[in-house]
Design a protein around this ligand. Sequence first.
Ligand code: NAP
Length: 301
Amino acid sequence: MTEAKLIDGKAAAATLQRRVGDGVAGLIGRGGPTPGLATVLVGADPASQVYVRSKARLAAELGMASFDFRLDEAIAEAELLAVIDELNGDERVHGILVQLPLPAHIDTTQILMAIDPAKDVDGFHPFNVGRLGTVAPRAPLDFPVPCTPLGVSMLLQDTLGKLAGCNAVVIGRSNLVGRPVAQLLLRADCTVTIAHSRTRDLAALGRTADILVVAIGRPELVRGDWIKPGATVIDVGINRVPAADGKTRLVGDVAFDEAVKVAGHVTPVPGGVGPMTVACLMFNTLQEARRASGLKFSAAD
Ligand code: NAP
């Protein structure tokens, strides 16, 4: 039996980051603006601090300007809206990232809706969600798309080339991952089924999939016998579980050791989808800066 090939998300993310770094230099070289990413963190959650710091650091490494806003946990919603409003009007800022979750007293939807859709590098603004939901097959994505789903679709395209005609099953229907992944696969001419916690016989459905994307947040729920031999499996899940040595370890939503025996290609966890997410954030920021510049770019740039 041959083992599945690993889809190396770290290597793909490094390649995308190099492309973005070149793109930043190219934009500036043509007289365009230095792409600017503003990160907004409310409160002092340690995990969120790490995420925001790493995003700001990578932006700087790729030649972008980075604007870091650390706001008090108790900030009033009106004050946060005023910060967003200021960033919307700041020409140096092409991407605004508000780190989620926000404290309970703040209405997350109001905040996301306040971000200028042309600076919405997370792709969560209802205007951009609507654009993704109505984009024509194969039409260009000339608006920001959520980062993790974009990373998933890039990994699939790198692995399989054209996706047209593939049966794709997406398990998970969150606005963050499952739904936008499904929209991207539909745009790429896949035949898409979206499954969720009320779906009957997930295992049988899984076995119909040429492409199986799993984003559920349930450690190793998807077993080897849910997978069609030779299928491409993208495991978005990140779950921390107890390890044998009394510590913890990260596992995906797919039982990796079983999947490698059946699938044609599979993403590991960690090192699969995860690294693509932040690289796609940088890509989105560059794309918005390019659009703001009014210069013309080809799809290959
Ligand atoms: P979420 O908002 O909790 O959504 C989970 C989805 O999975 C829901 O649609 C839910 O169905 C479905 N589901 C839950 N249990 C199920 C089951 N037993 N069978 C079938 N479907 C089930 O989660 P999310 O934000 O999409 O994240 C999913 C996973 O991806 C998490 O592990 C998260 O940590 C990870 N993630 C990774 C990245 C990355 O960068 N790699 C980024 C984002 C998220 P219902 O709708 O019916 O409830």
